[in-house]
Design a protein around this ligand. Structure first.
Ligand code: UGA
Length: 442
């Protein structure tokens, strides 16, 4: 008998997971409390940009293998496995994760499940959550039910969400019973290669693997950016430094790109939530270095703002600034905690006329900051610009040549916030160009 699967929470993670589970051959119902989101998914329309996902969604809405609902009654008793992928946003006080949605999802399921079922947490949660949820389940469960719980963190990256789900680089399962492992083995059977590591562990380890991974990645980025601060002061080439470091396989080259720093819905939030959680546990100094990681990261934005001031002789009022890229990274329309958007807004607040162009992010950025100008294309954005800022490394921008911009801009000045342009080529064409980690003496 094929397992029936529900996915509670159809945001980024949940929508991807639901479509991929259908692709793996299961009957799937995605549930969300947001009616508008459910309506659009049911029509096969994805409310965000993710390469390859719309095709998968439409395919399985059409096959009937993937359905959507807002009604817990429809899924609780129907599915054998309930994945919970609701959001765990940063709390309003700026610290810690808000677990309201996770608790509500588990409670609503537990109250309604009859017979046997497995609840699988996928959301990123503070360590200790799963164990607490077992008590919640016990308190809410029907007498005739048997509900198991497993924690199965998700490591997908925006822009690669489908590939990361369909062929994960490892599977981590935190649980208290072997039966959940058997069930999850069946669920993921077709997604796992013979050599995909399967790590079966306890709840706490599973929860920690996820936040440790993101904390490590954030630290790696801030590590190289702290060296960027050094080369910005004394000279040196940050990219060559990263390349040379990366040849040591113990270090590796990935996530050593200096730039405007990390953003998005995960890394910044997760390092703050981790610090808050370990403080709650009484370990006030243990994750102290993550506060530094956060600060180094935020200083990158400041650096670009200062460079822009310097390039424009500290007079931003009425100056035209073209911002290329506003999402937190390419191949995404996500502007959550985006360094690029933050920089654009700061420059606007300093009196500049800021025109933004992003291949996918204009709409989301405009919803947050309608007062910036949003251009439909690159040419419109850079037209008459006194300075161009390249802040997100979309392929369209990486390929830019000076000749593309020469006839359009008012002045040949560019800040390369992602170190993707060949400085020598731009300088040879008469541009003033400054990258990250580069010593600047105007
Ligand atoms: C991150 C993790 O990479 C995923 O493994 C994880 O599953 C996900 O969070 C999550 O918790 O859901 P994501 O937020 O999609 O994925 O973005 P990343 O690719 O990690 O990039 C994060 C930020 O770091 C971006 O703003 C990117 O521009 C920046 N970055 C990345 C750098 O500044 N330098 C680098 O060398 C690499």
């Amino acid at each position: 008998m094929t397992l029936k699967i529900s996915v509670v929470g159809t945001g980024y993670l949940g929508a991807t997971h639901a479509a991929c589970m259908a692709e793996l051959g299961f009957e799937v119902i995605g549930l969300d409390i947001d009616q508008a989101k459910i309506d659009s998914l049911a029509l096969g329309e994805l409310p965000f940009h993710e390469p390859g996902l719309p095709e998968l969604l439409r395919k399985h809405v059409a096959t009937g293998r993937l359905r959507f609902t807002t009604d817990y009654d429809q899924v609780a008793d129907w599915a054998d496995v309930h994945f919970v992928g609701v959001g765990t946003p940063q709390r309003a006080d700026g610290h810690g994760a808000d677990l309201r949605f996770v608790d509500a999802a588990v409670r609503e399921l537990a109250r309604r499940i009859r017979g046997e079922a497995l609840i699988v947490g996928k959301s990123t949660v503070p360590v200790g959550t799963a164990r607490r949820l077992t008590s919640l389940i016990e308190a809410e469960a029907q007498p005739d039910s048997r509900i198991m719980l497993a924690w199965n963190p998700e490591f997908l990256r925006e822009g690669f969400a489908v590939a990361d789900t369909m062929s994960p680089d490892r599977l981590v399962i935190g649980t208290q019973d072997t039966e959940s492992v058997d069930i999850l083995r069946k669920v993921y059977a077709k997604a796992l290669a013979a050599d995909t590591p399967l790590i079966v562990t306890d709840f706490e380890t599973a929860e920690l693997v996820k936040v440790a991974a993101n904390a490590f990645l954030a630290t790696k980025i801030s590590f190289i950016n702290s060296f960027a601060e050094v080369t910005e002061t004394i000279g040196g080439d940050i990219t060559t430094l990263a390349d040379a470091l990366g040849h040591d396989v113990r270090i590796g080259r990935k996530f050593l790109n200096a730039g405007v720093g990390f953003g998005g819905g995960c890394l910044p939030k997760d390092i703050r939530a981790l610090q808050a959680r370990v403080s709650e546990l009484g370990l006030t100094h243990t994750m102290g270095f993550l506060a530094e990681v956060d600060e180094i990261n935020l200083r990158r934005r400041e650096r670009v703002v200062r460079l822009t001031h310097a390039m424009l002789n500290d007079d931003l009022v009425g100056k035209k600034i073209a911002v290329l890229g506003v999402t937190f990274k390419p191949d995404s329309d996500d502007v959550r905690d985006s360094p690029a958007l933050d920089i654009a807004v700061r420059l606007y607040n300093a009196g500049a006329e800021v025109t933004v162009y992003d291949p996918k992010g204009n709409k989301n950025a405009a919803a947050r900051f309608p007062r910036l100008d949003y251009a439909p294309g690159l040419a419109e954005a850079v037209g008459g610009a006194d300075v161009v800022l390249l802040l997100t490394e979309w392929a369209e921008f990486r390929q830019l040549a000076p000749g593309d911009l020469d006839p359009l801009v008012a002045s040949r000045r560019i800040i390369d916030g992602r170190n993707v342009l060949d400085r020598a080529v731009w300088e040879a064409d008469g541009w003033e160009i400054i990258g990250m980690g580069q010593h600047y003496a105007p």
